[in-house]
Ligand binder design. Structure first.
Ligand SMILES: [Zn+2]
Ligand SMILES: [Zn+2]
Length: 420
């Protein structure tokens, strides 16, 4: 039997076509839950392959292509589609100039600052390659394009919209996904067990009593209350949790009042936490509750704070057996560019819901998007963290070899499980 590398080389895709598609996605990003045009473009490209049964508008703008190719396993490959409210500063000729009104009615700049444009392009190209290699595998291929990953809601929305029931998408035996990261282009990293932490986000409203800026004694100042809360929250990870456990607490937004001479009635704090172990998550949440309540009481607040959970993403847990199988294939194909045991990252994903909601295993890997010369120069200085990473305005994956690596990884992974 031909090796997977030989198979892929026997049916190369037109990289020029996919570089054009990538630039189109990059220049035309859409915010979470608003990915209408993106989904249309994906569906259009998939339908040109004349092989997939395509279903659109699942859980919002989610879409799925199903290719039944005889007996065998069902393999799901997933890409996410949303951009971020970031003003692009890459200076690339195909940089985004897009603004959009978000779901809250605010005009935002939009950028594919997390590389989901690369994910989609690689998956469409991998779909083409797997169609062309149809004679070499049998089973059912599901290519799934998910909305609203950045809000952590898209995968669950597709499941809740009865992706596997009403929409008739076969439940996968194995679900596979990938994310482009600020790693050396051409490199691929995997890990058995938890590869990505879980995340929770919440908004906390602190109620004070507003008044004239000149008469603070007649108020309960929520800005001062919020300032104490923010500082005190920093002690949870640094003083209360075991340093050996991965955990993060970030105050990502802080808002009180609109002008200089008025003391506001309330303040709002937006918090994001990351954890790997469930008990660490519980401790983070409990400590946050204790501190916020106590600081409000210390300030003399008469109305208790209000907590609202806005987002939950589970840990991304790579099935041990799948990871072992996949590691073997990736080692064969990528050689020394493949790392089978990368560190767990505090970046989170909702991909695993597509599998775990059905009691099925999944595997997720990271691959590099940073131009090799830049990476090597920074690595020499021990300064790779200076390279703009995901979610920054200057995140700019090198199109190649990033794209080829992403296409190869998807195809190698799918063929591995089809031919198992
Ligand atoms: Zn992201
Ligand atoms: Zn992402």
């Amino acid at each position: 039997m031909a090796s997977l590398t030989e198979l892929l080389q026997s049916a190369p895709v037109d990289t020029q076509k996919y570089e054009t598609l990538y630039k189109h996605f990059h220049a035309n990003p859409e915010l979470s839950n608003l990915e209408a045009e993106t989904a249309k473009t994906v569906a259009d490209h998939l339908s040109r392959l004349n092989a997939f049964e395509i279903t659109t508008n699942i859980g919002g703008h989610g879409l799925v292509g199903v290719l039944k190719n005889g007996d065998g396993k069902t393999i799901l490959l997933r890409a996410d589609m949303d951009g971020l409210p970031v003003l692009e500063a890459t200076g690339l000729p195909y940089a985004s100039k897009v603004t959009m009104v978000d779901v809250e009615g605010v005009v935002r700049p939009v950028m594919h600052a997390c590389g989901h444009d690369m994910h989609m392009t690689c998956l469409v190209a991998a779909a083409e390659l797997l169609v062309r290699l149809k004679g070499e595998w049998s089973g059912t291929l599901v290519v799934l394009f998910q909305p609203a990953e950045e809000r952590g809601t898209g995968a669950q929305a597709m499941v809740d919209d009865e992706l596997y029931e009403k929409h008739g998408v076969p439940v996968p035996d194995f679900a596979l996904g990938q994310h482009v990261m600020a790693m050396r282009a051409g490199s691929v990293g995997l890990k058995a067990g938890t590869i990505m932490a879980g995340a929770d986000s919440m908004r906390i409203t602190l109620h004070g009593v507003g008044g004239h800026g000149s008469q603070p004694h007649r108020t309960i100042d929520p800005a001062v209350m919020a300032a104490h809360v923010v500082v005190r929250l920093q002690t949870i990870v640094s003083r209360e949790l075991n340093p050996a456990d991965i955990s993060v607490l970030t105050v990502g937004s802080l808002q009180a009042g609109h002008t200089e001479n008025i003391i506001a009635d309330s303040a709002e704090i937006g918090i994001d936490i990351r954890s790997v172990k469930p008990e660490t998550r519980q401790k983070l949440l409990a400590s946050m509750g204790r501190i916020v309540n106590a600081e409000c009481e210390a300030s003399g607040a008469t109305v208790p704070p209000v907590f609202k959970m806005t987002r939950h993403l589970p840990n991304t847990f790579n099935d041990e057996a799948m990871t072992k199988t996949l590691s073997k294939s990736f080692t064969e194909h990528f050689g020394g560019s493949f790392d089978p045991n990368i560190p767990t990252t505090t970046i989170a994903e909702d991909f695993s819901i597509l599998a775990t909601s059905q009691g099925r295993p999944c595997a997720f890997w990271h691959w590099g998007g940073i131009e090799e010369g830049l990476w090597d120069a920074k690595a020499k200085e021990g300064a790779t963290e200076d390279i703009p990473a995901n979610h920054t305005s200057r995140f700019a994956p090198a199109i190649q070899p990033t794209m080829q690596t992403g296409i190869d990884a998807l195809c190698v992974a799918a063929l591995t499980f089809f031919r198992q």
